[in-house]
Write a protein that binds this ligand. Sequence first.
Ligand SMILES: [Zn+2]
Length: 183
Amino acid sequence: MLARSDRMEVQIMECDECGGALTTERSAVRRYTIGGLPHVELHGVEVRRCDSCGRETVGIPRIGQLHRLLAETFVKQHRMLAPVEIRFLRKHIGLSGVEFAQRMGVARETVSRWETGASPMGAVADRLLRLLVVTHQPTDNYVVDDWLKELNDMPAPDPLSSVAMQKREKGWTPRERLELAGA
Ligand SMILES: [Zn+2]
């Protein structure tokens, strides 16, 4: 872009939308909407907010580790996976909609319906996706057979109950207490 390099310092402190001044909050709590997971609270993130138009930019460090932790958290839930979680997990294991449909033995349109919530995924496909995630990313944190036994096939609630992740020095960890109201 024109004349960007010589104004770099100024650019960083200005709003991309309106050029207003930015205020930085070092340790904020925000939903992970940009990651397609509005039920996930991120604690301890840095937020830059424009004083003029209110536009916010959320800085998310160690995104790879955060995504691994989220994948593990979703896979270990006892209820069925929610549409946003199906979509997240499918992308997490690096599959396109077409590739995922092929692995699951369904039509591409079926995958779309699972991910928009138009039709439920069903218990068998739900388990297969969890197994794809676990085998894609082996950890000794969970024993596959144990958590498969724990599944109760309760549908995901609507709206989804929230999940919170805390940013710490060494990376992201699960957090018990939620802070943001509503979904
Ligand atoms: Zn602005």
